[in-house]
Structures are given as C-alpha cells and as structure tokens.
Design a protein around this ligand. Structure first.
Ligand SMILES: [Mg+2]
Length: 375
C-alpha cells in the first residue's frame, strides 16, 4: 500500500493573455506518498485571500486527515475530507480544497496502477471531442472582435465559446442590440458550420425578460447554447427563461457539490448543459458523481477547464470518460500555466481533443515553473 505522506498547497499567480493580461491566481496541490509517488491537483480559488485560505484548509485541515491513508483509495480519502469539513463545507473554498487533494490522489492512483485516469473512471465513452476556443470578447469594436474569433477557426478550432462583459476594451455584454449585432456579424463571417456558444456570465446584469429576448434574437444565428445570463441562484428567472426560449440553457459553474447539481436537475429543471469544474466541485470524484446525475437526467456536461494544464488534464479525462460531453474547451492564447507548466502542452489535433494516455493525469508537471510562479 502506498500511504499518503506530504501535502503542499502552492498559490500561484500569472498574467493571462486570454484575460486581457490580467493576473490570475489559483492553488496547485502536490501530494507525495511515503514511497515517493507524486500527484498534482488544483483548487481554483482565484482571489488572493481565497488562495491563502485554501492553502490553510488543505495543509492544516485536510492533510492531517488523509495522512497515512491509502493513496489509491480515492473514495475513502474523499469521504474523510468531506466529513472533516462538515461544518463549513458543501460549497465555496472548502469544496475547492477537497477538489485539489482529490485530484492529486487520482493522479497518484493512476500512476500506481499504470493507467490513465479515464481508465480508472470506467474507460473512454468517446474517442475525441470537438476542440472549443474558449475566449473572452475584449477587443475594441465589433470588427476586431469578429476578426479575433475568425482567427481561432483559421487556426483549426471548429467551435468557440465567447465570454461577455469581461476585462478589456469591448462593450460586449452591455446593450443587447450591440451583442446581437456581434453574433449576427460573427455568423456571417464564420459560415454555417461553425459552432458558436455564448457565455453571458456574471459581468452582465439582465432580468429574465431581457435574457429571453436576447436568446431568441441570437437563436436566429443558431447559437449552440446560452450560458449563465442570470444570477446562478435565480431559480424563478431560469425557469422563466427556459419556458421562453428554444435555445439550450447552460449554467452550473458556480455549483460546488453533487447535491447542488441534483437540486438543479430535480427541482429547478431549467438547464440543459451543466458546467462543472473538477477544481471546484470536490474534485474528480465530485465531477464523476455529477456526471452520473447528467446520465440519469439526460443532460449535457461541460468541463470548465479554464485554468492550468492540471485542471485541463483532469477535465479531459473526465470529459472523454463521459457519454454526456460535447466539446472540450481550450484557452486559445499561449499562457504560462498551459504552455510551460507541463512538459507537453495539451492541445487539439486538427480541431479535436484526444485522450491523454500516460498514467494518472498523463502530464509531467515542471516543478521549476511551479516555484517560479508561486506567490
Ligand atoms: Mg461560463
């Protein structure tokens, strides 16, 4: 048995060209067994104080709980960690802390068995997924924003997801007429086959009636889904939206637990595509449980993989081991946590995302890069 020994949580900060050069933050988690097997995980806490809190939760709270446990028994460790955070968990930074350790333990479990994580999850359900350029609309003026997305398709992506009201010089995500005009121009520039997904997101403040109107106007340009136009807990708004449009509704990336997604599916019943982030949702174990719910309810799952290559690797294993995923998101512009953090960049081939075949996460993390961006 390979017993869990040291756990280190390392906050990192890096400029991201995919987010208008903004400094983005996350927490990388390194777990080592007593016999020297190392696994990596991630907890996407994003804000400096949340990253420091997650480090504390992991190193002072979770590490003593799982120390000495069998590293390959991911289920037992996950249950022990959830029991420990019973009072303050079930969401937020506690779920992220559990996620970071859980992900690293799956990496170790795969390495111990000599198998990729998708094999431990029951094997591939899909051979490949359409590669999606997941970007923020942040250029000045419609023409520049359209040209940027056209560039993604020229670089081989068959699909794009466009975040509205992000940092930068664009006014997308304000006036609905401007937003609809952008999607109209984009469809004209990209042609009929291009997949266009619209991620309205938390920077936009619309009521349900406005969201319905915009969804139906964009439907004319055949958008694939309409993501998070309302506050995540606006159940009545989402129900009204669902009743008011034929466009598929996506939401869920601010849920943290299987129970939260079950509530969405069984009670709210307004969402078709569930965004799930293994670095938030209590890890690979948590994501797999949400995926089982998606299977039971006939829903689409979409991995939120918009951080480092560690979460991208976990998301790719989970997405290909799921029958419920349709696309796989990539950050289109080079960034240190994707291009330098691992020895081999995870990238599409000819517009498709293929499985990682190495044991565990199937990546080799460069610890010198981790130390360089620590902070
Ligand atoms: Mg989103």
């Amino acid at each position: 048995m390979s017993r869990i020994d040291r756990i280190e949580a390392i906050p990192v900060a890096y400029p991201d060209p995919n987010d208008f050069g903004t400094t983005r933050r996350t927490v990388l988690v390194k777990v080592a067994t007593r016999d020297g097997v190392v696994g990596w995980g991630e907890a996407i806490a994003m804000w400096p104080e949340a990253c420091r809190a997650v480090k504390t939760l992991i190193e002072e709270g979770l590490a003593p709980v799982v120390s000495g446990m069998d590293a390959a028994d991911t289920q037992a460790a996950w249950e022990a960690m959830r029991r420990h955070v019973w009072w303050y968990g079930e969401g937020g930074i506690a779920s992220m802390a559990v996620a970071g350790v859980d992900m690293a333990l799956w990496d170790i479990a795969g390495k111990l068995k000599g198998q990729p994580i998708h094999a431990l999850l029951g094997g591939l359900k899909q051979d490949r997924l359409r590669a999606n350029a997941s970007s923020h609309v942040n250029k000045k003026g419609e023409a520049a924003c359209v040209a940027e997305v056209v560039g993604f398709f020229e670089a081989g992506f068959p699909s794009c997801k466009l975040g509205f009201a992000k940092k930068g010089e664009s006014d997308i995500g304000g006036d609905p007429d401007t937003d609809v005009s952008f999607i109209r121009a984009l469809r004209a520039a990209l042609g009929e086959k291009a997949e266009i997904l619209v991620d309205i997101g938390n920077g936009v403040r619309w009521d349900a009636d406005t969201a319905i109107s915009v969804a139906n106007r964009m439907a004319e340009y055949r958008i694939g889904w309409f993501e998070e136009p309302l506050y995540p807990t606006d159940d009545a708004g989402y129900r009204k939206l669902k009743a008011g449009t034929q466009v598929r509704i996506a939401s869920g990336e601010r849920e943290f637990t299987e129970a939260g997604y079950r509530r969405q599916m069984e009670f709210v019943q307004a969402v078709d595509v569930y965004g799930v982030d293994p670095a938030r949702v209590e890890g690979i174990t948590g994501f797999a449980r949400v995926d089982a719910l998606c299977s039971a309810h006939g829903k689409v799952i979409n991995a939120h993989a918009w951080s480092t290559a560690i979460t991208t690797a976990a998301s790719l294993h989970l997405s290909l081991a799921s029958p419920n995923s349709e696309i796989f998101e990539f950050k289109p512009f080079p960034v240190v946590v994707q291009d330098e953090l691992v020895t081999e960049k995870i990238w599409h081939k000819g517009g498709w995302a293929y499985p990682l075949t190495g044991p565990g996460l199937g990546i080799e993390v460069r610890e010198d890069v981790v130390r360089r961006i620590a902070g």
